[in-house]
Design a protein around this ligand. Structure first.
Ligand SMILES: [Zn+2]
Length: 455
């Protein structure tokens, strides 16, 4: 048997010769409807399945619900050595108002041979397509490996991930020992270069409802106006931190500054830009603090009626290590101790008005890979990425949240990072696009790194 000598040049040539095919594949995924809600990720999954099967890669498709699915594919059938996991979601957020789009969101329009437009171009059909293509390339080049590359294309990320990444871990991937997971989420943080995200803040949205007594506005003393009570709660909200145990952020501001500065020519240049850029200052500040924002308030039905309830939604961003229950209990204490208003609990029977109900509207756990700095594998990944993009990336934790917490917090694979093509700021917005070169570079990074990891 002729032993193929695989070099990076061979991979590069393969990518150069077939880039039109990779671009067509991405365009095809963008043209495939997987708006979530409702999902329809199976539309995308069957295209990935066909693309990989045609290249001789075995895939497993796991359908669920109404036209939804997750997919797991691997380079070979041996999971006993080291394993590398690439994760990408197939669902995209709905397009919003179609008139606002320059090119229809399902068109996958290519412009000036430089950009691809469409919903999911950045978040994250380019990332998902790139990890799939990387797997195909390794298979096609028949590279002899000492381990396995697993690709998990998931549903449901945009609506919480329980049916996607969480399901895949619990039902398919759990028996495997994974050395490193890369989630191919867009990680370029304009105006900064590309980041490698080693942690994320959590998000907790609580709905507070104050129940009072409705009455005609001409006789207010007949009722209890919940809007006044809500305004008292809001006034006190800044005291909430008194009830939350202090927690040290995983990374100090100084440390974060050094991490970001690593992508600049020098620390001095970074400092100068940092001092001129409120966005940068605030972004780093948000990574070291627990934050809260009152975002929605609803109360009243008619201008001559005292309403019976008033609702408010508060968006809390949690530091790694902070738990939802701590925040809920703090809010409860604040309302009961400072304002002497009853808060409903699971055991509450009939409550006397006025009282307050606190419900979880949304929750995504914070997570953090504690030992990222000592990982040689991660350093190697960064070296490869920096080399291919020709720019220094930087490590950071992120204010938004993705599926990484399912991997990190379950203990399944704490060593999980986010890194992928696309610009974070165009995600979820109209005229979402990705640069073709960025997409092709991501394919190179994922292929080279997997080759390097498994050789
Ligand atoms: Zn995403």
């Amino acid at each position: 048997m002729r032993r193929k000598i695989i070099t990076k040049d061979l991979i590069l040539r393969e990518i150069e010769e077939n880039k039109e095919e990779y671009i067509r594949f991405l365009v095809e995924l963008i043209q495939t409807d997987s708006y979530n809600p409702p999902g329809n990720e199976k539309n995308v999954a069957v295209k990935i399945e066909k693309y990989l099967n045609d290249a001789g890669v075995e895939t497993k498709l796991f359908p669920f619900g109404d036209n939804r699915a997750n997919l797991v594919a691997s380079l070979n059938n041996n999971f006993n050595n080291k394993n590398l996991l690439y994760n990408g979601h197939m669902d995209v957020v709905p397009p919003g108002s179609l008139e606002d789009w320059k090119y229809p969101p399902l068109s996958g329009t290519i412009k000036r041979n430089k950009f691809i437009y469409g919903r999911g171009a950045t978040d994250m059909k380019s990332g998902t397509a790139a990890i799939v293509v990387a797997l195909k390339i390794l298979k096609k080049l028949n590279i002899k490996v000492n381990g396995n590359l697993i690709v998990n294309a998931v549903a449901d990320e945009e609506t919480g991930g329980e049916g996607g990444t969480k399901w895949s871990i619990e039902n398919v991937l759990k028996p495997y020992n994974i050395d490193l997971t890369i989630i191919a989420e867009p990680s370029r943080l304009n105006p900064l270069p590309r980041a490698i995200m080693v942690g994320e803040k959590g998000r907790l949205v609580l709905k507070i409802t104050v129940y009072g007594v409705s009455t005609h506005a001409s006789m207010p003393f007949m009722g209890i106006n919940p809007i006044y009570i809500m305004s008292k709660i809001i006034e006190k909200l800044d005291k909430l931190e008194d009830y939350i145990p202090k927690i040290k952020p995983p990374l100090s501001t100084d440390k974060l500054k050094k991490m970001v500065a690593a992508s600049f020519p020098s620390f001095e240049i970074f400092e100068r830009i940092y001092n001129e850029q409120p966005l940068l200052q605030n972004a780093l500040r948000a990574l070291t603090e627990f934050t809260k924002s009152l975002t929605i308030i609803n109360g009243g039905i008619k201008d001559n009626v005292v309403p019976d309830k008033c609702e408010a939604l508060i968006d809390f961003r949690l530091l790694p290590g902070q738990e939802a229950l701590v925040i809920i209990n703090a809010l409860k204490s604040l309302i009961e101790k400072d304002l002497k208003i009853t808060v409903k609990t699971d055991n509450s029977k009939e409550l006397k008005v006025p009282y307050v109900d606190i419900e979880i509207n949304q929750f995504s756990e914070p997570s953090y890979w504690k030992d990222w700095e000592s990982s040689k594998t991660l350093q190697k990944f960064k070296t490869i990425a920096d080399d291919i993009y020709g720019k220094k990336s930087f490590f950071i934790i992120y204010t938004a949240s993705a599926d990484a917490h399912y991997l990190r917090n379950s203990g399944f694979c704490p060593q999980t990072v986010l890194f992928g093509p696309g610009v974070g700021t165009t995600a979820h917005s109209v005229n979402e696009y990705v640069e073709i070169e960025d997409y092709l570079n991501a394919i190179k990074v994922y292929t080279f790194f997997a080759y390097d990891f498994l050789k």
